[in-house]
Design a protein around this ligand. Sequence first.
Ligand code: IPM
Ligand code: MG
Length: 356
Amino acid sequence: MKASIVLLPGDGVGPEVVTETRKVLDAVASKFGHQLSYAAHLIGGIAIDETGDPLPAETLAACKEADAILLGAVGGPKWDNPNAKTRPEKGLLAIRQGLGLYANLRPVKSYPELIDSSPLKRERVEGVNLLVLRELTGGLYFGKPQFRERTAEGKRRAVDTMEYSDVEIQRIVKLGFVLARGRSKKLTSVDKANVLDSSRLWREIAVEISKEFPDVSLEHQLVDSCAMRLVTAPGSFDVMVTENMFGDILSDEAAVLTGSLGMLPSASLGEGKLGLYEPIHGSAPDIAGKGIANPLGTILSGAMLLRHSLGLEKEAAAIESAVERALGKGARTKDLGGERPLSTSGMGDAVIAELG
Ligand code: IPM
Ligand code: MG
């Protein structure tokens, strides 16, 4: 098949990890006889520097024409000035909204070889294989009104709004059921229904949708106790579906369980096949440009890209097993505790070597 991929390397370690992933995608494409073409565009801090806008219109337009998008990371101290007119992160929020990518999949899987770098005891982390499904274009991040003001008394005041419509909840919860059906048929819906109206609506809709999925068991969990259960019994989760802000927090918590943030991929999907794929580790400015970043989170995001946007399941699985074999043979970047750690490109090469 032929497919066109937009690369958004972005800031920090983004360009380094995207380069390695492109290498791996090319190796898979040539092995399986596909033709992938790439075009790089600006997003984030570098886009602010070059155009004044963290998501230039031409980047968004190119993304709309593509089959899939691979993103590195956005942000860094250079753009952290609280008085700045705009921020790199705005580019990320704008692309999610601009492409209608309402579903964020963050799979968290523990690799036997890396268990000792987990902050939890081995027996708690062994076998963890869960999926955080985060709503990505609603809730506190996008609810209106959202503003800051000076009141008549001269006090500073800021407002954010947690807002959900039934349609927004229905589509993400439904996807939760569909994904759970393809895994171990257990869905945990996470909310704060003891306090928030938006959560009570969320729970009501989850119950309604569950009638269409009699083969999947649904449980409700309050977000605070969910945070606790994630460290006490992470193995008890399979698919968890939740609103934007809760998902942001819980997915970082879940991500660190397995030892390194550097390993984790993500996919952001909308109604069609177009998706945005990125590692969840962020721009890591402290190690940017040193060639030591772990590219595996991005490489595994590349596997998700092949699976969800291009429908290439075999090819996706080939990357995932190559990553496991490389780890099995001792390939480690610095974050994975390697004694003689591989460079970013060394890890890319190790994965390619295992593709066979
Ligand atoms: C994430 C990040 C973003 C978010 C930031 C960078 C805007 O934390 O993708 O989880 O909050 O969604
Ligand atoms: Mg986050």
